[in-house]
Ligand binder design. Sequence first.
Ligand SMILES: Nc1ncnc2c1ncn2[C@@H]1O[C@H](COP(=O)(O)OP(=O)(O)OP(=O)(O)O)[C@@H](O)[C@H]1O
Ligand SMILES: [Mg+2]
Length: 500
Amino acid sequence: MSNENVLEMRNVHKSFPGVKALKGVDLTIKKGSVHALMGENGAGKSTLMKILYGIFHPEEGEVIFKGQPYSVKSPIDAINRGISMIPQEISPCPNLTVASNVFLGKEITANGVKLLNQKQMVKETQALFDDLGIDIDPSVMMSEISIANAQLVAIATAVSYNADLVIMDEPTSALTEKEIDKLYDIIRDLRDKKKIAVVYISHKLDEIFTICDEVSVLRDGEYIGSDSIENFDKDRLISMMVGRTMDEFFHKEEAVIGDVLLEVKDMSLSRKFKNVSFQLKQGEVLGVAGLMGAGRTEVMEALFGYRPADSGEIFIKGEKVEIKEPIDAIKHGIAFVTEDRKLTGIFPELSIKDNMIMPDIENYLKGGLLDSKKIKENCQTQREAIAIKTPTLEQLIKNLSGGNQQKVLISRWLLTTPEILILDEPTRGIDVGAKSEIHRLIGELAKMGKSIIMISSEMPEILSMSDRIMVMHEGKCSGEISRKDATQEKILALATGEQL
Ligand SMILES: Nc1ncnc2c1ncn2[C@@H]1O[C@H](COP(=O)(O)OP(=O)(O)OP(=O)(O)O)[C@@H](O)[C@H]1O
Ligand SMILES: [Mg+2]
């Protein structure tokens, strides 16, 4: 093995029941480089990395790390050998402090007594956060902090082990631009000052071109190739991933927009948002932009009845409606694809099929029994429409790759044929091909006269899909921009509280 390389994986195979997740994959990582691991949802990226992190064991293959054969049985093993990882689905302990989460498994005990020294852990975590420029109080409970901050804590934790290789599996999925910049600083520091190698997984191509030095591509469990970033442009990268050329974003045509379907008037929820008013017309895609924490999700949760507002009114087709819980919203033809699939989205122990039909189960009853033929047909149609990668619809949803779980959630609500569809970060973690496909579906739904509210932190997505854009800042609507007037600069200005 060349001295330049910190890691070499050769001919790695891994199967799950019904799925060959890795079919002879190679991967070579240079010391002190940031290496992008790319591929569509279900290509095998997380599986390959979980092998390095001691979560899965390959059936075949060879791994050389720092010149030595490498085989580990647990994450603790991996950390001790010099590999740490920020998993795709972070699972913090909500009832412990932030500091305890950082120190999980390496708790400091006072004078050798088996006691968790909270004070010391808080102090050291504070020093770590200061070093990384992270502004979170280490003494608060994990349950008190936002998803974005939880992700930053996971990043800090992975970095704190002084590993030689840090794996970041979609580390920015819950971060905003500002926090992503912070992560870039952290990564540059690891690479340039500490000569640490980073494997970086993300579906956001801009990130790859900003922070990565090398790229390797997997497709369908197979190794397609590697090259340095200078030799890539977006088109080449996409075609290596999906096996054909295509556009990253679907460009929606301007639609025929009808009458006002939904009107929200002066809706407020204590400490979350204030006097929010907006309209949604038939056939319209309303983009909702803003920074993390601007209250976008909370407004939509109130509209859907998850967490009703303290005051305000909702009108549908001019009639005032009461929405106190989600079932009321569903009855009024509203559907909601949530942003956090783990907390409010999936039923992990149920099959894909059951997850899909869940909100609409009454619709599948025939003479008191479930109409399994109809269920199968509807689910199969959805599976084909957005290419859900699974051996069967009976597979437990928890066994799907992250992006494929998201596709099931979108299918779930499309099957309820709603009048108003609220999508919260619909393509987070979704690969380029499926992203374009979901955009096309949104465009088609709008054409059919459905109304769509789409919260997104991805500027190109907001710009290419919305007929009108509402921007929120600190719990208030800071402005509205029509499709033809919208620019990235204007949206950012409103999102940061500037006047246009
Ligand atoms: N625990 C498991 N049981 C069964 N199948 C699994 C399991 N984990 C992964 N798979 C399957 O292995 C394949 C590769 O999944 P993996 O999670 O590695 O994809 P990925 O490239 O990380 O995708 P994404 O971009 O969506 O995160 C998929 O078909 C997935 O359904
Ligand atoms: Mg993954």
